[in-house]
Structures are given as C-alpha cells and as structure tokens.
Design a protein around this ligand. Structure first.
Ligand code: GDD
Ligand code: MG
Length: 366
C-alpha cells in the first residue's frame, strides 16, 4: 500500500519549537514526530511513502533518509510554492498508484487503517475519510453522514451555529486515483474546500473511529501527546519499550536523584542527588539536572542544563538551553533552542521565548 503524507505547513502555532526545526522532525519523547506516523503506517501494511514537503524539506530528508530503517520506501516531493492540500497531491500525481492513503502530517493516532480500507473496498467508495469525535469541531472539517456512511455534507471550519455533530475529519483518507483528476493543476487548491464538496453524493464515505487521535499543533497539545505516549493511551512503539514499568533509563545516564515513572531518561543525562525527575518527564540526550531541582510533566531536550533548586512543571525546554538556579518554569511555558535564563526567574503562563535569547538573573517575576 502507498501513502502520501502532507507536511508542507510551517507549524507556526508550535513556535518556538518549529523556529529552528521543521514540524515533522520536532522530537516527541525519543524520536522525530513524523516517525510515529511512519510506524503507524508500516503497521497498517504501508510500504511506500511520499512526503509532500514545503518548508525546510532538506532538513526533513536529512533526518529521515530513505526510510529503510523503518522498513519503508520513502520519497520526498517539493512543490515550487505551497499548493494547498489538494494542489500538493496533484503535484505528486505521476507517482500515485490506483488506490492510496493520504494523511495530514500533524496528527498522532492509532486509527485502524486496514479496517478503513476494508470499508472503502466494501462500499466501492472513491474516497473514505476517517472520522473521530472532538469536543469542539470549529477548528476542523465537520462531516455529516447518512445511515450507509455516505457523506451528506462536509463543512470545513464550521461556525458554532453549524455544529450538529461532533464527528470531524481526522486527516486520514483512502482515495482512488481518479479523485486526483478532479484537482485543477498548477494552482493552490484546498481538498477540504474544493474537492470534498464536489465528491459528496459521488462516492465519498466516512469511517467513524473511536481510536486515539490528537492534532499536535500547539505546545499544550505537544505536551499532551508526550504524556499520552508515555501513559500508553495511544498505541506506539515507544509505549511498548516503556512496558509495564513506564520507565526508560539509558544505561549511559548518571542518575543520583529520584526518577518517578512514567519517565524517559536518555543517554548522557545527569541527574544530581536530591533532584526529582517525573512523573511524566522526558530528559533527552546529554541534559543535566542540578541538586534540589524538580521536573514533572515536562520535556527537556538535548544538552539542556537545568541548575539547582529549580522547578519545571508543564513546560518545554528546547535543546541547548541553560537555566540558572532557583528559577521556576511552569504553566505551559516554552523555551526555544539555546535560550539562557539566569537565576531567580519565574517563567509561566504559556510564555514563549524565542531561540538564543538571554534573560539575566531575576529578570522576570509574576
Ligand atoms: N505539501 C503541502 N502543501 N502540505 C500542506 C499544505 C501545502 O500547501 N498546506 C497544508 N499542508 C499540510 C500541513 O502541514 C498539515 O500536515 C496538513 O496539510 C493539514 O493542514 P493544516 O493546516 O494542519 O490544516 P488544519 O489542521 O487546519 O485542518 C485539516 O486537518 C483537520 C484535522 O486535523 C483539515 O483537513 C480538516 O478538515 C481536518 O479536520
Ligand atoms: Mg492541522
């Protein structure tokens, strides 16, 4: 089976994580985000993947290579300029098989794609959209179904008074190649606004699923995804590695303090005596934690140095950051790559500090 993954968006809502790293390769727990999608596709029988890239395509290619490590054939396609969700597919047309999967590249899910493909075959559909329930459909594509699962209506980004179902398009589609013929070439085309409405009544079906599903578009969701992977709420290979101890501590980590599961501590990390890491903490390679410091519900990326007597809770600290002693980072705060925060600061309330910024001692208090 073949799959096309759309990864052309800039990931602006995930800044400053995406200021220096393209969204598909932002690390999530212990591997690039997009690897979760590739592992999920592989587990559903996909062996050929086309990545439809825009922003920083070379960086994505450098991290993922040719896919052989994941048992996949991986190819990259770059549009000359952003062509939209359908335009990007049109641009890859010459590489497409008769039937293929199309995926939005920003979701973490374990939807049963084989069952979705079975339904597609059974109904003789031209397109089958995976559907999941969400609390607030306004940021998504709302889908109304008939009894037989044929799509009655597709409403992209519905207004609140248009909401009469909580089922939305999950960004995972089974498509017949002839659908691509509906897409006008050489311009920006939205599959949600121009193609799905045309297909309603002409072979467009929905496949309702109650599997785990999360769009990881914002720092809050990024943290949620991290926790859900560690707690095993979504089926992933990382979760399997964590096993029933919910703990992964690399042999080459120097742990003097306490680690409370779920927790992932990578190679080269140092945790001083009298420090507590977890629950729900990730310390990526070569990061260090000073004495008396507590880190929970947080992600600390490669080579970050956290000083003594700090508190990190519900925050993301990017690679190469340095945090001085007695500093508290909480409340959804995000530090971009290489940020330095001096001693005695309080960083909270979703504040985002952009890469390489330096804050002196005692600069911010709430
Ligand atoms: N190659 C390419 N070119 N990819 C693109 C382009 C483009 O011009 N524009 C967007 N993408 C990619 C994004 O990177 C993302 O992975 C995917 O297409 C969807 O775009 P988003 O910008 O994230 O759309 P959305 O989240 O607002 O809405 C879409 O996803 C929802 C589910 O998360 C729609 O498909 C909704 O209908 C759906 O409910
Ligand atoms: Mg999205």
């Amino acid at each position: 089976m073949q799959a096309v993954i759309l990864v052309g968006g800039e990931g602006t809502r995930l800044r400053p994580l995406t200021s220096t790293v393209p969204k598909p390769v932002v690390p999530l727990v212990d591997r690039p985000f997009i690897t979760y999608m590739l592992e999920w596709l592989h587990a559903n029988g996909v062996e050929d993947v086309i990545m439809s890239c825009g922003f920083l395509a070379t960086a994505v290619r450098n991290v993922l290579g040719d896919g052989s490590a994941l048992g996949l054939r991986l190819r990259f396609v770059e549009e000359p300029e952003p062509r939209g969700t359908a335009g990007a597919l049109k641009f890859a047309e010459s590489m497409l098989q008769e039937r293929f999967l199309m995926l939005n590249g920003d979701v973490l899910t374990d939807i049963d794609l084989r069952a979705q493909m079975d339904q597609h075959e059974r109904t003789g559909a031209r397109g089958t959209l995976a559907l999941v329930p969400v609390e607030d459909p306004t940021a998504y594509g709302l889908v109304r179904l008939q009894e037989d699962r044929a799509v009655k209506e597709f409403v992209e980004k519905p207004a609140s008074d248009e909401i009469d179902t909580n089922m939305i398009s999950a960004g995972a589609y089974v498509l017949e190649r002839d659908v691509v013929e509906l897409i006008p070439p050489n311009r920006n085309v939205s599959i949600e606004r121009e193609i799905w409405p045309q297909l309603v009544g002409g072979g467009l079906y929905g496949y309702p699923s109650h599997s785990y599903w999360l769009d990881i578009g914002t720092p809050d969701r990024y943290l949620q995804a991290t926790f859900d992977i560690m707690e095993g709420h979504v089926h992933t290979e990382v979760g399997e590695h964590l096993g029933s101890s919910y703990r992964l501590i690399d042999e080459e980590a120097d742990v003097q303090g306490r680690v409370v599961p779920p927790a992932v501590i990578e190679r080269g990390c140092q945790i001083a005596a009298d420090a507590t890491v977890g629950s729900l903490a990730v310390l990526a390679q070569d990061s260090s934690v000073g004495p008396g410091t507590t880190i929970e519900r947080s992600v600390v990326l490669n080579g970050a140095e956290i000083g003594r007597n700090c508190t990190l809770r519900d925050c993301i600290v990017s690679a190469g950051c340095r945090v001085g002693s007695h500093t508290h980072i909480t409340g959804g705060a995000v530090l971009g790559e290489g940020v330095t925060v001096g001693a005695n600061n309080v960083i909270t309330r979703g504040i985002r500090i952009f890469p390489s910024v330096t804050l002196p001692d005692g600069a911010i208090k709430f």
